[in-house]
Design a protein around this ligand. Structure first.
Ligand SMILES: Cc1ncc(COP(=O)(O)O)c(C=O)c1O
Length: 333
């Protein structure tokens, strides 16, 4: 199904060439799915053109907003659940339990809804209202941390709940579970390798659980040992939901710093401004962490002047409409 979701058709007419952006007859139409879970992954790889002023730099982005609930985390939710089922650690009647700033929780709620598992998510109160509403729409229960609690407090809360009733709960453990990394090693990285035809010199990715970076960097460095990997963190005391500044938050157990050649930090202001530019110049409506990734990508592009850069835009913009990320404009009087 790879790259079959959106297919534009290049038509040559004499010496003129034009692009028809919708031509059903020329499309590879995806086969019917058994369930919505079959639509997770195989996301489009999109060339970033107008934001890049370096003519000899090619920037490609995996647009993860194309996943059914709009984020990269559905990949790991499905993989973790299905591997645990296969090993017999997750059995019918058990409840999926995880701490999440929203996207992993939403992915688990989706998987739980289709497979029939109740889902409980522990989360910080500052998480955007859209994420809470979506979780509830999919039938998940939310347990909040204390008022100022962050993602580490939500993590500890889920650990305590699991310790209190280990037979009831399957603790998903995205920060420690190797199946998080595996989802990207076997899935996201392989897709990107095929979609780029192996032309990747730089890989620039944000850090949350670190699963995307570790899985993709490990696989792509095996395929190209000259690949340079840049990890991108938010500033301290940041508002970039889903990301972690590793000097103020716990470093996830699955992180492998030996894969990282360079570290960058991006401020909230730069992240938000760049996310808005992604919408205005590229038509990609994404979340704050996509702005974080793209800000770092553009800095690398200016520095190298030539080469192929791959990044990943983790989620869609709708979940941020209650925040100050996107302008609201005047209400009707
Ligand atoms: C919006 C968003 N961006 C980026 C990330 C980082 O991805 P990873 O957890 O694989 O490091 C996350 C993780 O939750 C996220 O929710």
């Amino acid at each position: 199904m790879l790259a079959s979701r959106r297919r534009s058709c290049q038509l040559r007419q004499g010496t003129r060439s034009s692009t028809v952006h919708y031509n059903a007859a020329a499309m590879d139409v995806p086969a019917a799915c058994d369930s919505i879970l079959d639509t997770i992954g195989s996301t489009p790889l999109v060339r970033i053109r107008r934001m890049c002023s370096e003519p000899r730099v090619v920037i490609h982005a995996k647009v993860e907003g194309f996943n059914p609930m709009g984020s990269v985390k559905e990949r790991i939710a499905l993989r973790i659940v299905e591997e645990a089922e296969r090993r017999g650690e997750l059995r019918p009647g058990m409840t999926l339990l995880e701490s999440s700033s929203g996207n992993t929780g939403i992915g688990l709620a989706l998987v739980g809804a289709v497979k029939g598992y109740p889902v409980v998510i522990t989360m910080a109160q500052k998480v955007s209202v859209e994420r809470r509403q979506i979780l509830r729409a999919l039938g998940a229960e939310i347990v909040f941390t204390s008022k100022d609690g962050g993602s580490d407090e939500a993590w500890d809360l889920a650990d305590r709940m699991h310790a209190g009733d280990p037979r009831k709960y399957f603790r998903v453990g995205q920060y420690v579970n190797p199946d998080n990394v595996r989802a990207h090693y076997e899935g996201t990285a392989e897709e990107a390798w095929r979609q780029t035809g192996g032309r990747i010199d730089w890989l620039v990715l944000t850090l949350g659980t670190c699963g995307t970076l570790v899985g993709m960097a490990r696989r792509l460095k095996e395929r190209n040992e000259r690949l340079r990997v840049v990890s991108v963190e938010p500033q301290t005391k940041h508002a970039q939901q889903g990301l972690r500044n590793m000097s103020e938050s716990r470093v996830p157990e699955i992180m492998d710093w030996s894969l990282v050649d360079e570290r960058m930090t991006v401020t909230d202001e730069d992240a938000c401004r760049t996310a808005r530019e992604l919408a205005l110049k590229e038509g990609i409506f994404a979340g704050i962490s996509s702005g974080t990734a793209m800000f770092a990508v553009l800095a690398i592009a200016r520095r190298i002047g030539t080469g192929h850069i791959l990044t990943l835009l983790p989620d869609r913009g709708e979940k941020y409409l209650s925040t100050s990320l996107y302008p609201r404009g005047a209400d009707p009087s």
